[in-house]
Design a protein around this ligand. Structure first.
Ligand SMILES: Cc1cc2nc3c(=O)[nH]c(=O)nc-3n(C[C@H](O)[C@H](O)[C@H](O)COP(=O)(O)OP(=O)(O)OC[C@H]3O[C@@H](n4cnc5c(N)ncnc54)[C@H](O)[C@@H]3O)c2cc1C
Length: 345
């Protein structure tokens, strides 16, 4: 069983199905709750537009390839191809199709409960199904945290982002003022990274000191392109249909009546991620940030033998589609070898 539906899950499924392990991918349920959380099937990449850094998709037109590769029943619901490379939803549909082509079965449901204390392992789904499996790969990813403002939602993919490495180099952000919110290490990293492309980075922080490590904070404070807005929080992302994000309105956290507007072409939330691990209910060892703990260096082993983890659910450091897919491949190979060693063929 493979739980999840991002690059890690589909890469694991491609390897597992080609190795005749007959995987079932439980890809998540199509529910309003998952829509609001950003955890609908096909994962985080399906929430973005252009993907410029996944190897193998140089800019170019892919319409004919997409039409011939993806099952017509799904193709007809996909947005039109933009014509300059691959989009997140297109890449994810291709990965899913590739896994299905090799015999992967897919169940559109959420896993709500697991029992890893017995073997075969037991999974329970939202729709009521109970499934047993000799081995499980958990690839349920993580979700980016946002402030929860309606205006953030309005401008997602039109200037609102939660990933500087993914989106910072896109033309809409180059040589323009940008806003980053947060005060921890990831906000320092995002602001520093974006300062390579932006004209100015406004780093907005609620307090008058950063939570980040001193070395990272010092690097930000010494960067002439980064301006820190202390004691400030965003109360609205500003924009319009034509240009997407055009700025933010800030509120002073010490004097709520004091407001200020900043012009910006981009708004980057850097207030952390939440790994999708609640359904595990403590049955796998987690890190202090609630990511699954890989227990052996350079392996996808977890604290339970026969259960493997891949992608962002176990990786709060790289968080990229290519690294998620890479660890999905590793998890399938680890599972295959474990099953063979235990005599489950
Ligand atoms: C806006 C945005 C833009 C990005 N752009 C890029 C980019 O350009 N390039 C790049 O390399 N990376 C990009 N990333 C990062 C990339 O999307 C992630 O690193 C990658 O998707 C992680 O893959 P994953 O397989 O670990 O899981 P995810 O993509 O997080 O998918 C996991 C999915 O599993 C499913 N799931 C969760 N819980 C359950 C459950 N209990 N039962 C069943 N199913 C479940 C959900 O559908 C969930 O969405 C971007 C991220 C975001 C948010």
């Amino acid at each position: 069983m493979i739980i999840g539906s991002g690059p890690a899950a589909w890469a694991a499924a491609i390897y597992a199905s080609r190795a005749n392990l007959h995987p079932l991918v439980i890809e998540g349920a199509i529910t309003e709750e998952n829509r609001c959380k950003g955890t609908l099937p096909l994962g985080q990449l399906a929430l973005t537009t252009e993907v410029e850094n996944y190897p193998g998709y140089a800019a170019g037109k892919l319409d004919a390839y997409l039409d011939s590769a993806i099952d017509g029943d799904r193709r007809k619901y996909m947005p039109p191809h933009a014509g300059h490379g691959i989009s997140g939803p297109e890449l994810m549909e291709l990965m899913r199709q590739q896994a299905v082509n090799f015999g992967t079965e897919v169940l559109t449901d959420d896993v709500t409960e697991v029992n890893f204390r017995r073997h075969p392992f037991e999974l329970h789904c939202l729709g009521g199904r109970r499934i047993e499996s000799h081995s499980v790969i958990v690839a349920t990813g993580a979700r980016a945290n946002y402030l929860g403002l309606p205006s953030e939602d309005t401008f997602k993919n039109r200037g609102v982002s939660a990933c500087a490495v993914c989106d910072g180099a896109l033309p809409r952000f180059r040589n323009k003022p940008l806003v980053v919110i947060g005060g921890g290490d990831s906000a320092m990293e995002e602001a520093t990274y974006l300062s390579k492309f932006a004209s100015t980075v406004h780093l907005v922080h609620r307090r008058e000191a950063f939570r980040a490590s001193k070395i990272m904070a010092d690097r930000v404070l010494a960067n002439p392109k980064i301006q820190v807005k202390w004691n400030s929080e965003v109360d609205e992302v500003l924009g319009n249909d034509q240009h997407g994000v055009t700025g933010v309105r800030l509120r002073n956290t010490k004097d709520q009546a004091k407001h200020e507007e900043l012009s910006a072409s981009g708004y980057f939330a850097a207030i952390g991620h939440t790994p999708n691990t609640d359904f595990l209910q403590g049955q796998l060892e987690l890190t202090d940030k609630r990511y699954i703990k890989w227990t052996t260096a350079a392996r996808t082993y977890t604290s339970i033998e026969g259960v493997f983890a891949a992608g962002d659910v176990a990786d709060d450091y790289y968080r990229q589609a290519i690294t998620a897919a890479g660890s999905g491949c590793m998890a399938a190979l680890d599972a295959e070898r474990w099953l063979a060693a235990k005599g489950f063929h």
